[in-house]
Design a protein. Structure first.
Length: 335
């Protein structure tokens, strides 16, 4: 009987030890599952050539020509071959140009894109083919696909020049707005920033709002129509300088004077209009600087596997008025 009790005690001890060991094993497995290893982002090394593609909207717009020229000059200085092409704000054409870059085994792509949503697939395809993309001027609606997204601080710039507009208007009066292309994120950002300032003043009344799609001729036509219904307006806010120049031409053609006009970009045409007293001011987007930054970051990334900077980067605008317009030339502001 005593021997039987001893045997039962030994069996019970072994069973309990097994339960403890199994329990410890489960805990260890659970802990391992709870802390998976961190997966590093793949470093893109380029397609194998020394070609940098610079893809922008039409070079007929001096802003886009400036950024294309600045990017090309910087890339050539760094020892790259450059291909500058235009998508003309056509997402299908842009996709074809990305395909060309992939076929040419481009080292990198610098792109001022044709749509924040429409560009996602093209940038992803370049990434899938080991080619890094560096976006300038316009963002896309996604992160972790492009390496850098370097844009002017449109919100800050539009607010700063809207403050000049309000002061010039004496904080009262009727005004109109010409909007840029509504599919372009920048159009909404600039318009929102304008109104964040202007709408604080109850005696300032917006009497008309039209989309002119960034275009000078369309802005002229829309401004003509607005003036026929509202010949007593005292100001016009424009989403870019190209539309502002069109609005100024329509105002002149109507024989009107003393109307405050603001834009965004910092073009030579806007600078000339400010000097002549036909335009109140503009918010300079530093196009050349942004393009040069993108190329330098592409070079750093290809050589070191990192830019050392955040993907999304904002470059402040400079409010240009009659006081400092002499410091502006070809989208470059010199202190």
């Amino acid at each position: 009987m005593k021997n039987l009790k001893r045997a039962l005690a030994v069996i019970l001890s072994i069973a309990m030890l097994g339960i403890l060991l199994v329990g410890c094993g489960e805990t260890k497995a659970d802990n391992k599952a709870a802390t998976p290893p961190v997966k590093e982002a793949k470093v893109l090394t380029g397609g194998g050539s020394k070609i940098i593609y610079v893809i922008t909207p039409s070079h007929s717009n001096p802003f886009f020509k400036t950024e294309a020229d600045a990017a090309a000059k910087k890339a050539q200085t760094l020892g790259y071959e450059v291909k500058t092409v235009s998508h003309d704000d056509d997402a299908t054409k842009q996709a074809e140009l990305f395909e060309n870059a992939i076929s040419d085994k481009a080292a990198a792509i610098i792109c001022d894109n044709a749509g924040s949503d429409a560009t996602l697939a093209a940038v992803q395809k370049a990434r899938d083919n080991n080619i890094p993309t560096f976006l300038i001027d316009r963002e896309i609606n996604g992160s972790g696909i492009a390496i850098s997204q370097i844009v002017a601080n449109n919100y800050q710039g539009a607010k700063s020049i809207a403050e000049v507009f309000v002061e010039n208007m004496g904080e009262k009066g009727k005004y109109a707005e010409l909007l840029g292309k509504e599919s372009d994120t920048n159009a909404g950002v600039r318009s929102g920033a304008f109104h964040e300032v202007i709408d604080q003043y109850p005696d300032m009344k917006m009497v008309a709002k039209q989309t002119a799609n960034w275009e000078q001729t369309e802005a002229y036509q829309k401004m003509e129509t607005i003036l026929q219904s509202n010949p007593d307006i005292k100001g016009v806010i424009c989403g870019n300088d190209t539309m502002a120049v069109g609005a100024i031409a329509a105002i002149k053609n109507a024989g009107l004077k003393g109307i405050a006009v603001i834009g965004v970009d910092g073009s030579d045409e806007a600078a000339a209009a400010i000097k002549d007293g036909n335009m109140t001011g503009t918010a300079l987007q530093q196009a050349a600087l942004i393009a040069e930054m993108a190329v330098q970051q592409a070079d750093n990334y290809l050589k070191n596997g990192t830019t050392g900077l955040d993907e999304k980067q904002l470059v402040d605008c400079v409010a240009i008025t009659k006081k400092n317009v002499d410091k502006l030339k070809t989208f470059v502001y010199t202190e």
